[in-house]
Design a protein around this ligand. Structure first.
Ligand code: NAD
Length: 384
């Protein structure tokens, strides 16, 4: 079995799908691993270390695609503006691809159709279900962990004051108020990080389980007044609230928003557009010198003023809609991602061969296309 690791080509993307540590494990289990030279440079994993781990290094991405049974990547196949070749063109029929594809997103529909038409067997890591057995393959959770932590650092860096309480010769400086809205994976990490930095942290979520977890990390809980039966869907996930309830939620958030120095926004409904929880007026009610980080930006964001991919100031309030936060911490995100993908591939293969067992819900829910057929339920629904 040959596994291939090309360099990521998305501008600014510094992560890579395998590191020397995971290559060593794959090789020990009998796989051949081909790595494009320099693939680990962005996250500070050196070619020499890949080689020492048993990888075969090649000069060109095409050599990786030509020789591999499974291609391991971080981002979906893209057009390479340097070579003028799309990564799908570099792949071959029957080849397996494991990466983040985000196939349900309309911007990816043409790409996904092209992959399917070419007979590529594609698995998307954002399809891995949040079940116990899949925890060590759940790259989305790993990346949300990074995003929640880094969001607080980004905000703290732009804040015009101290985060912790600081005693000085001229008096005591009060700690900053941090409000985290949405305390799933990213939000809980934001709560923990802001607490460690000494801020006074308040958390809001519509799911009682998420509120309990935030409270156990030391956050004060803001009551949004949303009945549990409206908030929680089957499987414990959050429900999309009606417009009427969202108006009530914004009302419940108003005073806490006006009083916060940092706002971290991570509210999300799986597979849906993120709810708008912060209006322009609410932003304007904050003190100048405050900072907002809108982590849910890939789903449109929770603040109506966020500009996707941009950081800007509005009335002295910094609003951050950075899109690839995990890419800003490439060593940790790559370390987690590469272990997630290693575990995913270990589950996908048996006796040194790819074994697509669709009785396995992890594979079934993450399979995007196979045998020239598009099978991913969320994508088919989004296309109709
Ligand atoms: P998650 O599903 O674990 O958490 C989302 C939380 O939002 C849930 O606890 C849910 O109950 C809550 N929520 C839903 N509707 C709400 C509402 N109306 N009010 C309050 N809370 C509400 O998701 P996650 O893994 O923590 O991801 C959060 C977001 O972070 C996602 O949008 C994800 O795409 C994004 N993310 C962004 C980056 C980046 O680089 N910008 C990186 C990783 C993750």
């Amino acid at each position: 079995l040959t596994l291939g690791v090309p360099t990521e080509i998305m501008p600014g993307e510094r992560r890579v799908a395998a590191i020397p540590e995971t290559v060593k494990k794959m090789v020990a289990e009998g796989a051949k691993v081909i790595v494009e030279k320099g693939a680990g440079d962005g996250s500070y994993f050196a070619d020499a270390d890949y080689q020492a781990a048993g990888a075969v290094l090649v000069d060109k991405a095409q050599a990786v695609y030509d020789q591999s049974d499974i291609i391991l990547k971080v981002k979906e196949p893209l057009m390479n503006n340097n070579t003028g070749k799309h990564e799908i063109e570099m792949m071959k029929k029957g080849q397996v691809l494991v990466t983040f594809i985000h196939p349900a997103s309309p911007v990816n529909h043409e790409m996904v159709k092209a992959m399917s038409a070419k007979g590529i067997v594609a698995f998307t890591l954002d399809g891995v279900p949040r079940i116990s057995r899949a925890q060590n393959m759940d790259a989305l959770t790993s990346m949300s962990t990074v995003a929640g932590y880094k969001a607080v650092l980004l905000a703290a860096n732009r804040l015009s004051k101290f985060m912790p309480m600081v005693g000085t010769a001229v008096g005591m400086i009060k700690p900053a108020n941090v409000l985290v809205i949405g305390t799933g994976v990213a939000g809980l990490q934001a709560v923990a990080t802001a607490k460690r930095m000494g801020a006074v942290v308040t958390a809001a979520d519509i799911r009682p389980a998420a509120r309990e977890q935030a409270q156990s990390l030391g956050a004060k809980i803001l009551d949004l007044g949303i009945p549990d039966e409206l908030a929680v869907a089957e499987g414990g996930y959050a429900n999309r609230l009606s417009d009427e309830w969202l108006v009530k939620e914004r009302e419940a958030l108003k005073a806490a928003v006006a009083d916060s120095d940092i706002l971290v926004l991570t509210a999300l409904i799986p597979g849906k557009i993120a709810p708008i929880l912060i209006t322009e007026d609410m932003v304007k009610s904050m003190r100048p010198g405050s900072a907002i980080v809108d982590v849910s930006i890939d789903q449109g964001g929770n603040c109506e003023m966020t500009d996707p991919g941009k950081v800007f100031e509005l009335g002295g309030i910094n609003i951050d809609g950075t899109k690839n936060i995990p890419g800003m911490m490439p060593t940790s995100s790559t370390w987690m991602f590469s272990h997630n993908i290693y575990n995913y591939v270990a589950n996908l293969c048996q006796d040194g061969k790819v074994n697509i067992n669709l009785e396995d819900e992890i594979l079934a829910q993450s399979l995007v296309c196979k045998d020239c057929k598009l099978v991913h339920a969320g994508t088919l629904e989004a296309m109709n």
